[in-house]
Design a protein around this ligand. Structure first.
Ligand code: NAD
Ligand code: UGA
Length: 476
């Protein structure tokens, strides 16, 4: 028989827990969805109209379910009372962070599952009724098995727990779109009758908006590995293109033409083939490290080395770009002013985790540059934390954080684009929000370079304004 789900709880109110819960609540008005977190500031932000994360369309979706309207009752709640939320829930998503370990066995490679274990312990201690526990966080292979062991060891013996794996595939900046129109929903479960019944229960929650054909079910281990594999293969794909961009720069071939020609092969496809300064974000590096570490612990060193090489090349791409800037600016940045446009790891997010901008700015500061920096969504304190507080090269003397792109570009020797925000592009169609490069060009100092690390500008148009332009994977 199916479980009856009246209340859902999500532990972890971050980039995954918040948007995912908002969409589940919005699409299941008869189910109460409570999002809970140990971070009080985050929870009070979710209760306000200044949400803790920026995602296009998120505020509207949250407001619809959280605040209700004449035609629907509120069914999305935020609280720090984790015990109460767990107690009332029939199904619990665990969407806590699983960062790379900073100490102990597997330091710098394995994923830290301590936050997840702590959430599971709380569930085990609090639960007095049967629960389905859904592993939403990205975890090492075999974690669902460990969760079952913990629950068996410390859970109330009269309570039945079923553990599912349901990894999340949303990308930041397009979270709502990805959640509303997913390529697939993956649910891993045990093949026992109660495992399959729990799986069908979770399927029903998604079926209110996702077609059945897009909901696939697998064994728990396959589901856990598929999530790591998807991120590893996406990161590797970008690295493939970035490695070719170096060949393009050395020869005169054009990476956009190469990507386009390759991507037209139906077997390869056109997406995730944009050359860049390197990939960033909280997950590609963490998950590739985790996959390599898993391979190593399975005594498969060749497999570990294969995936590790993707990360080494990604570091090389960032470093290569920074060195190119230094080389073009006559091999010294002392007394040079450089504008940085974009600090987030990609457009339409304020997230800077593993942003390539961090290491590129550090490299430029290390060469003595004065940096003026503008990003439309990253808060000032975050830039400060990334460049100054964490032992970086930045100081109040060599970094200025600006309110507009024009302010950042005023009187600089070079402009460096590190995030592909639309407002920095000069490609058609021109929208009022796009910046006026002619105005920028007029205020720049010689040698007036634009280093476009995202290939979002039309070089010919910029050259007409007297700017020197360097793109990734193109020698102009
Ligand atoms: P996040 O850091 O934004 O949010 C995690 C939240 O969990 C934090 O607010 C933290 O305070 C909370 N938390 C930690 N331990 C807790 C506990 N014991 N009880 C209650 N709350 C607790 O992380 P995120 O980006 O949302 O990622 C969460 C997971 O989802 C990770 O495993 C990540 O790999 C995976 N993932 C992330 C994305 C993404 O785009 N960010 C996409 C797919 C999957
Ligand atoms: C990625 C995956 O795309 C999601 O499916 C996954 O759920 C998520 O990781 C996760 O597990 O956290 P995300 O990191 O948010 O999502 O964003 P992406 O769009 O994948 O971009 C990652 C990085 O690659 C960014 O720095 C982006 O600028 C860069 N990128 C992307 C390129 O350099 N070239 C491309 O063609 C695409």
């Amino acid at each position: 028989p199916l479980w009856k789900v009246r209340n859902v709880c999500c532990i972890g109110a971050g980039y995954v827990g918040g948007p995912t819960s908002a969409v589940i609540a919005s699409k299941n008005p008869s189910v109460g969805v409570t999002v809970t977190d140990i971070n009080e500031r985050r929870i009070s932000a979710w209760k306000s109209n200044r949400l803790p994360i920026f995602e296009p369309g998120l505020l509207e979706t949250v407001q619809e379910a959280r605040d209700g309207s004449a035609s629907r009752r509120p069914n999305l709640f935020f609280t720090t009372d984790i015990e109460a939320a767990i107690g009332a829930a029939d199904l619990i998503f665990v969407a806590v962070n699983t960062p790379t370990k900073t100490s102990g066995r597997g330091v710098g490679r394995a994923s830290e599952t301590g936050f997840l274990e702590s959430a599971i312990r709380t569930i085990a201690e609090v639960a007095e009724t049967d629960k389905i526990i859904v592993e939403k966080s990205t975890v090492p292979l075999g974690t669902a098995g460990l969760i079952r062991e913990i629950l068996d060891a410390i859970g109330n013996p009269g309570v039945h727990f079923e553990v599912l794996s349901n990894p999340e595939f949303l990308a930041e900046g397009t979270a709502l779109k990805d959640l509303l129109l997913p390529d697939r929903i993956l649910i891993g479960s045990l093949s026992s009758p109660s495992g399959i019944s729990a799986c069908d229960t979770l399927r029903n929650l998604y079926s209110t908006w996702v077609p059945q054909s897009k909901i696939i079910t697998t064994h728990l281990l396959s589901s856990e590995l598929a999530k790591l594999a998807a991120n590893a293969m996406l990161g590797q794909r970008i690295t493939n293109v970035n490695s070719l961009s170096a060949i393009c720069e050395a020869t005169g071939a054009n990476i956009e033409e190469v990507s386009n020609a390759v991507g037209l092969d139906f077997r390869i496809g056109p997406k995730m083939l944009n050359a860049s300064v390197g990939f960033g974000g909280s997950c590609f590096k963490k998950d590739i490290l985790s996959l390599a570490y898993i391979a190593e612990t399975l005594h498969l060193p060749e497999i570990a080395a294969y995936w590790t090489s993707v990360l080494e090349l990604n570091e090389y791409q960032k470093d290569r770009f920074a060195q190119r800037i230094v080389r073009c600016l006559y091999s010294t940045l002392t007394n040079k002013k450089i504008a940085i446009l974009g600090f987030a790891f990609k457009k339409n997010t304020g997230d800077t985790r593993e942003s390539p901008a961090i290491s590129i700015c550090q490299a430029l500061l290390d060469e003595g540059a004065q940096i003026t920096l503008y990003d439309p969504k990253v808060p000032k304190h975050q830039i400060w934390a990334d460049l100054v507080c964490n032992g970086g090269e930045g100081t109040e003397e060599n970094i200025t954080i600006c309110e507009t792109a024009y302010q950042a570009c005023h009187d600089v020797n070079a402009v460096v684009i590190l995030t592909e925000w639309d407002e920095f592009s000069n490609r058609q169609p021109v929208e009022p929000a796009r910046m006026d490069w002619e105005r920028v060009a007029k205020t720049m100092r010689q040698p007036r370079y634009v280093f476009d690390g995202r290939n979002i500008t039309d070089a010919v148009e910029l050259q007409k304004l007297g700017l020197r332009v360097e793109h990734i994977g193109k020698s102009l």
